[in-house]
Each structure stands twice: as C-alpha cells, then as structure tokens.
Design a protein. Structure first.
Lengths: 202, 480, 265
C-alpha cells in the first residue's frame, strides 16, 4: 500500500456525485440551522431589525455555506451553488424576501468564493476564508443597502452596516468555517475529500 | 446472472492506516445465492461496495481485482443492484413511484416503459401504497421495501444486500423478508447477502462464505455443513446462529423506588390522539423495567417524559428527594438524577474526546476535580473505554459509541438510567456485551428502564414489563 | 418539522402551471418591483398579485401565516427608511426629540416597504404552489439545466424533514447531558454552535450514503437520462408568462404616465 492517499483525491475539476450531494445536503442542513436560529433569537431579532447596523452582528451565520462548501469540496462554483441553494430553500419555506433571496444568495456565494478562485483553488488557509467571509458579507449587505435601505444615510447607516456585516462575515463565516472543518476532520466525515488528507490517519 | 471473482483483492479506505480487506480470493458462480459472514470490521460491506462498483480511485487504494463476468466491477457500475442498511438515505425522490423510476431514468429506459416496470417492482415487494405516496411519511420497513423495488426494477444480474433488516423493527423486518423472498423467486440473478440474523433468511441461500478475521476464509459451503462445523465460532463473532442459546441475567430483587411516573399524558401539537395517556410506573433500584409495544404505541414519548426531556400535558415524572417534577429541573441537575441514552449515540456527544465526554456532566453539576477524575477513571475501566480515553467520540465503532453514550449518561451518578432501543442494529456479540453491561449497572443498584422492541433483550434482563398499546398500558401483556 | 409539500389545491390554475412559467412570472414581477423606487409601481403590482391569489389555490390559513411575516418585514423596511431617512424634505409630520418624520420620507419609506411585499407575495404564490420535484423536472427539461446538479439538489432536499427532526433530537439529547441554553445569550449561542456541529456531522455522513445509493442506481453513469415525468410548456403556460410580462410592463407604463415613476439606481 502506498504511504499516502491517492492523488486522485484532489485531482480533477469534475464534480463527483458525492461533491454535488454534499454541497446540496449542506445547503439543506443550513436551511434547518437558519430556521432554528429564529427560535434562539426570538424576541431580540425584531428589535435589532429597526436599527439595521446592529442586526448585521450575526450576518455571518447566513454566509457560512458560502465559505464552508469551498473549504470542503474545493470545486469551482461550490460556494455559489451551496449558498444559492440554501437561499432557494428559504424560498420554498416562504421567505419574506421572495425571489430576491436567490439573487442575494448568488451574490453572497460569489463573494465567499472569490478569494479561493483568485488562488486558483489551491489555497484554503485562514486568510482566504476570512477574506471570503468578509466579501460575502460585503456582497450581501451591498444588496441590502441598495435595494432595501436606499434612503438611509451613507455614514450613519450604510457604512457601519456593511462594515459590521463584513466583520461578522470574517469572524463567523470565515474563522467559523475553518473551525468547523477542523472539528469535523477527526470525525472522519471529510475522508473522501481533499481536505480530509490533512488529517492524521487512524 | 453474473459471475463474481475476487483476485488478491485488498482495499484501504482513504484516511485509514490499515486495509479494510486484504488478499481476498473468491469465486461465485452465476445464480448462486450466497450468505457472507464475518465479525464486525472484517470488511463485508467493503466487498459488497466493491461488487457494486462504488470503490473508486478517489475513495481509497486498491490492489488485486474484482471482476463481474470477467470485467472490472468499477467499469460495470450499475450492473449490480445494492440495498444498504439505512433506509432514510437510499431514497432519492419525494414520491414513492418516482423513487423507483429514478434508477430506470438513469438507465435511459424510454418513458413509456418506465411505469409498467415501476408498478411490477412495487407489487413484487408488497409495497402497500399508491405511486404518489410521499416517501418521508413511510416507516423504516416500508422505505426499505421501496428501496428494494428500486433495485429490482433495474433488473440487475447481481443483487447485493448489506444487512437489509438490521435498522428495522421486527415487524418491518418480516415484511422486508417476505418482499425479498418474492423478489428472488422472480429472478435468476446471483445474490450476495450480509446478515447477522440468519435463521430468518436461511431458506433464501444455498452457500455460506465466512470470512476469517485474520484474513482468508473461515468456512465455505452449504449452510447446514458450515453451521454444524463452525456454529459456536460464528456465534462468538456476532452471528445469530440458530440453536445456540442466548445468555440470561436475572436480577437479584428490587429495592427502593428511584423513578416514578404518575398519570403521564402527552399530545403532540396537530395530533388527533394523545401519544401517551395516564401512564403510571415505578422503576426500582436493582431491577430493569422493560417498556415494550408496537411502533407508535408511545414508548419513545414515555422515555422522553420519564427522562424529564419533554413537558407532559398532565401528570409528572419524579425522583425521590426532588420536590420539582423532572421536566422543570435545570439540565445540569437533571443529569445527576436521571441518565438518558438515545438511539443515535452521536446525538449525545458534546466534546472532542472520550475523557472530556465523561467529565462533562460531573463538571456541569459542580463536582470538584478529584471527585470528577475518580468518576471518569472508574467509568473508563468499567465500560472498557480506557484505551480510547483520548479518541474523538465520533470515530468510535458502533459498539464503542454505544458504551460511551451509556457511560456518559451514568457519569453524574444518577439513580435511574433510561435506554431507548439499546440493542438496535447490534450483532450478537455487541448484543451480549450490552446485556452484560446493563446487568452490571442494574446489579450495582441503579434503576434501569429500557424501551425496546427486542424480545430477547427484555427476556434476558427484565424483571417487569410495561407493555404499551396506542398510548396506554396494556394490562394483559404487562408483567408487573 | 419542516417540509416542502405545497400548501395549495393542486388543481388550481396557477398550481397547474408549468414551474418554469411560474418562475419567469415571479422573476418578472419581483425584478420590476425591485427596479422601481416609486410608490405606484409596486402598488399596481400588488393589486395584480391580489387578483391572481384566488387562482393560486393557496389555502387561506397557510397564506396568512406566511404573509404575516411578509407584512412585518415590509413594515420594518418602511419604518426604518422613513424614520432614519438621510434627506428629510417635505412637510414635517412628526417631531419628537431626535425623531423626525417628513412627508417625503414617509412616501419613500412606504414605497420601499411595498416593494418587499411585492417580492414576497410573488414568491409565496409562485413557490407555495410548486412541488420541488416538478420544478426540477421543468428545469432539466425546459431550461436544460444539468441533471446531475438539479436531481442531486432535489435528492438532498428530501432530507429536510429528517434534518429538522434531528435538530430537535440533538437539542433534547443535550439537555439529557446537562447542557441547556437558559436565558444566558452566551450559553445559548454555545449550545447553538454545538448543536449545529452535530447536525452537520450527521448531514455529511448522510450525504456520503445518499451519494453512494444514487451512484449504485446508475446516477453517475454518464449515459443520457430519460424522464419518467414529462413537463411541457403548454399554450396556457406561454399565455401565463406573457400576462406576467404584460402586467409588469403595464405597471411601469402607468406609473410613467402618471409621472411618479422613479428608477432605482
């Protein structure tokens, strides 16, 4: 037996069924996570809604799929596919933003995936994850301020809102996704992905 | 009918140090019906996956060959049909008929030919619902029969069955076996089945191959010959060999009451009748109370109510020395009063090592460090987890994970322990271990209450039985 | 528990419309509302949606349940944009300390709130009447999307009720272990993260098994697939799409003619 795992693990840009289904199941799982979050934040969330910059503190939670999926699957389009599918799931469950969540999901996914694409899908370190989270937050909140809060002040609202969301994206979606991957590694669920090769064999 | 050939076959899964199977040489003739046996971890599932063409180069490393009719199995993916253990993740579509049709669409069967084949397959396995019945509303046994129809509709020349009934309750398993019998009578395909409960399927097979844990074959031949010569060895390896008696561990008499339920009643939102109604019970130190009954009789709901994990509409679950009913206790305190072990051990794991897992509840309950450490060491030894103290709970084998979930529920020294289907999906060896473990916990003075479908488990351990039927106590069937 | 089952009468005209035609209509109406910043365009679109509602077959109960959140979101957007508007011109309607509401800000705020309502109502009517399976069939057959991605996503969506039930089980199991959120927000967040991790590990395991089951039934064979269920664009579906485009255009034309139209740029 060879000393290391086959290089076929990493090779190829072709999506295996496993890659597709993994992204899709992650999107569905996050559909559940977002739904459950409503119960955790019950009572607090509506209050924050009236001052948008504050509600952006937890914006990063909605961006995790955009960063986590490329970290695990490492295929072109993983972030966009997963984040957009997660958005469509809220659409089926009756999202108040209608079809626009899909546009926004696509944008956020694009933001999250950009740094990995810029590195030609070869670098998946903390820096790229943090940038991805921040860019996803930027993309998402730019959509918000442009379409839902266009009349608000630039410095009193738009800038702090986008800024807080980028910070939240960098921390929760960026560092959070890295932490999730690190915690998942020893469980063996990543063994069939390139990222799983970073793990000590058991 | 497909012939099967393994030639010096070795496979190591990605991420694993040692191979799952090594140097397997095996030949199966077209049309043979083979039972594949071997202890847990001997690579039976890996061999089936290899035959199904599912072991691709990106999932591990291979040596030797797997041939179907002389060609590489990986190049003939789809020639074989495989039924897996877990019913939930084998179904692909939301409507029953669509799910059977899925495999035919992939085979590029013309649209007009798809539906007659779907109907035929569904009738063969005895699936009782119309084609548009939602798959998420099916019981595990029904899902498994539907998945079997999906395999048959593709008319595979080789049928592979990977413990098809081990995750199913006894009634559902019987229905699957009936479907299987009808299906096999309908085809001349070669079949390989992996199964521990062999008495029920023995008339479906004409050859037994037993893998040796050390590599190579332990036995190969007609069922009667193999079981006559190797019965006790196979039983030790986890096979339910017919005619070898199961152990019993009777209790030594009941002590003081440790957990009481009074008129427990619960109706779920949207349900038209209560899940349980007016249930009284007492669990006493040093005895096991078995809670039995068919699917939907309210067993699991009763376990949640008894464990203080669900708020009853009426009635209370209480422990002596605690004024408040259990469902109103803070979680940290609850863990010191009642331990609950769930069906899926992974749901209960909250930390990254076995040791931390055991220290979690004592720490939350405010025990000091010396007391916690002493308790953890004691449990590691008692439940034979010492060598795994630093392992990640999610990497444990099925039997180890089960032992850890029991140990962690006992960690904060509760007087009562609740088990939900503890023997579900276990082979004979891990089953016997669980019987011994439960007996030891009981005899150390803990009240054990076990929700179970498993008649043998109840018979081996229970002094009393609480039989439920449609949410109420069935007095006739109970032994109190 | 979460499910995707449509909440409508299946024989209603909109429920029977081809999913792609519906998708097009939802996109046309929502995007028009999105691009217009005035109050009249979304109001006209909302009126059109109200007319369409009886034909959707969505039952009143589920509709109001879903629309409750929608109106709340619309109201939030309206209030935020009114109260915190950067430019406060027009007659002053209310002044209370730092709080100041002017007529222009109120009109603009209402307009933005109406847009949310249009997008959400269109989404509810379009998607609450569409079965995901039918949408996937129409996507692969009419729009020629990749069957691997479309059917792969569909198969994953089947796990939604399962995973949402699992969330509850994991939370319950955590209480049994002595872990509970209580009122402390930090503890609640920790419990949430821990539950999410366990859910994701289980989801990844399921994804692996599901992918294997799909491949075992020839999903990745590379051969052309056939379709068990045929989705077609019938004349009625084309007509439906054309109506949606016409209504969207008409709303803009009326608004322009009335002199209120403003493009959001």
């Amino acid at each position: 037996m060879p000393a290391t795992d086959s290089t076929a693990l990493a090779a190829g840009s072709r999506w295996r069924t496993l890659d597709i289904v993994t992204c899709a199941v992650l999107a569905v799982a996050f559909g559940v996570v977002f739904w459950a979050w409503n119960f955790v934040w019950e009572g607090i969330d509506p209050l924050l809604n009236f001052y948008p910059p504050l509600s952006a503190i937890v914006y990063g939670l909605w961006l995790i799929p955009a960063v986590l999926a490329p970290l695990i699957v490492r295929k072109v389009g993983a972030g966009v596919f997963t984040e957009a599918l997660a958005a469509s799931i809220s659409l089926f469950l009756g999202s108040q933003w209608g079809i626009t969540v899909l546009y926004q999901g696509l944008l956020q996914g694009l933001g999250g995936e950009l740094p990995f694409a810029a590195g030609r899908y070869r670098h998946f370190g903390h820096l790229n994850a943090v940038i991805g989270g921040a860019l996803a937050g930027f993309a998402g909140t730019m959509w918000d301020v442009y379409y839902w809060y266009p009349d608000l002040g630039l410095w009193t609202f738009k800038v702090p809102y986008v800024g807080i969301a980028m910070l939240s994206g960098a921390l929760i979606a960026g560092l959070g996704s890295k932490a999730l991957v690190k915690a998942m590694l020893p469980t063996g669920v990543l063994d069939r992905f390139p990222v799983g090769r970073d793990r000590r064999r058991i | 009918m497909i012939s099967v050939r393994f030639r010096g076959f070795t496979w190591r899964h990605a991420g694993r140090r040692s191979p799952a199977v090594s140097d397997v040489d095996l030949r199966i003739e077209p049309g043979e019906r083979v039972l594949l046996l071997g202890p847990s971890g001997s690579g039976k599932s890996t061999l089936l996956a290899a035959l199904a063409g599912l072991l691709t180069t990106d999932s591990g490393d291979q040596r030797g060959q797997v041939l179907l009719d002389g060609t590489d199995a990986a190049d003939r993916r789809g020639a074989a049909g495989i039924l897996f253990q877990d019913p939930e993740t084998q179904l692909v579509m939301a409507r029953s008929g669509d799910d059977v049709a899925f495999g035919l669409e992939n085979q590029a069967v013309p649209t007009e030919a798809i539906w007659p084949r779907v109907r035929h397959a569904i009738e063969t396995v005895g699936f009782p619902y119309p084609l548009d019945h939602p798959t998420h509303a099916l019981s595990g046994g029904e899902q498994q029969r539907l998945a079997l129809a999906g395999v048959l509709a593709r008319r595979p020349g080789l049928i592979l069955l990977d413990e098809p009934t081990s995750n199913i309750d006894p009634e559902g398993a019987d229905a699957i076996r009936r479907g299987l019998k009808a299906a096999l009578a309908d085809t001349s395909a070669t079949m390989v089945i992996v199964e521990h409960r062999i008495s029920e399927i023995i008339d479906l097979i004409d050859r037994v191959i037993a893998l040796d844990p050390g590599g190579g074959l332990l036995a190969d031949g007609p069922p009667e010959t193999v079981f006559a010569a190797h019965g006790p060895t196979l039983a030790d390896q986890g096979v339910w060999v017919p005619g070898i008696p199961l152990p019993t561990r009777p209790g030594h008499g009941a002590g003081r009451p440790c957990l009481r339920g009074d008129r427990l009643t619960k109706t779920y939102p949207g349900a038209d009748r209560p899940a349980v109604r007016g249930i009284d019970f007492t669990a006493r130190a040093g005895e096991m109370l078995a809670v039995t009954g068919p699917n939907g009789s309210g067993k699991s709901t009763l376990a949640l109510l008894a464990g203080g994990l669900l708020k009853p509409d009426l009635g209370t679950a209480t422990v002596p020395g605690e004024a408040r009913p259990l469902h109103r206790l803070p979680a940290q305190r609850l863990a010191t009063r009642v331990g609950s072990v769930f069906q899926d051990p992974e749901h209960q794991f909250v930390t990254a090592t076995v040791r931390a897992e055991l220290a979690f509840a004592p720490h939350a309950a405010g025990w000091d460090r010396d007391r916690t450490d002493a308790r953890v060491s004691e449990l590691l030894e008692r439940l034979r987890l010492g060598h795994l103290a630093e392992a990640n709970p999610h990497t444990l084998s099925g039997g180890e994970a089960r032992r850890l979930s029991v140990a962690s529920a006992l960690a904060a020294a509760p007087d009562a322990l609740l088990l939900d289907e503890p023997t579900f999906g276990q082979d004979r060896r891990t089953w016997s271990e669980l019987v011994d473990l439960t007996a030891a916990i009981r005899d150390a003075g803990t009240a054990v209450m076990a929700v179970t479908h498993d008649r043998d488990f109840a018979a081996a351990l229970a002094d009393r039985e609480l039989a439920l039927s449609a949410g109420e106590v069935d007095g006739e069937a109970s032994r109190c | 528990m979460l499910t995707f089952a449509p909440v409508c009468d299946r024989d209603a005209p909109i429920a029977r419309t081809n999913p792609i035609a519906k998708l097009f209509a939802v996109v046309a109406v929502s995007t028009t509302a999105l691009l217009a910043a005035d109050w009249l365009t979304p109001l006209l679109l909302l009126a059109a949606l109200a007319v369409a509602t009886p034909f959707s077959g969505v039952r009143l109960g589920p509709l109001t349940r879903r629309l409750r959140w929608l109106w709340f979101a619309g109201a939030t957007v309206a209030v935020v944009n009114t109260v915190f508007a950067a430019e406060k011109t027009g007659a002053e309607l209310l002044s209370f300390g730092p709080l100041e509401i002017t007529a222009d800000a109120l009109v603009d705020g209402m307009a933005l709130g109406l847009r949310v309502c249009v997008a959400a109502t269109a989404g509810v009517l379009g998607f609450a009447t569409t079965d995901p399976t039918d949408l996937a069939d129409a996507l692969t057959q009419q729009l020629r999307t990749s069957p691997r991605f479309t059917i792969g996503s569909l198969a994953a969506m089947r796990l939604l009720p399962l995973l949402s039930a699992e969330w509850q089980q994991i939370t319950t199991a955590r209480r049994a272990r002595g872990m509970e959120g209580g009122r402390n927000p930090l503890r609640r967040a920790r419990l949430f993260a821990s539950t999410m991790f366990t859910l994701l590990v289980g989801a990844m395991r399921r994804a692996g098994r599901l992918a294997a089951a799909m491949d075992a039934r020839g999903f990745d064979s590379g051969a052309r697939r056939t379709h068990a269920r045929i989705q077609r664009m019938r004349p009625a579906d084309w007509l439906f799409s054309a109506c949606a485009a016409a209504v969207s255009a008409a709303a803009v034309v009326v608004s322009v003619a009335y002199g209120t139209f403003r493009l959001l740029v």
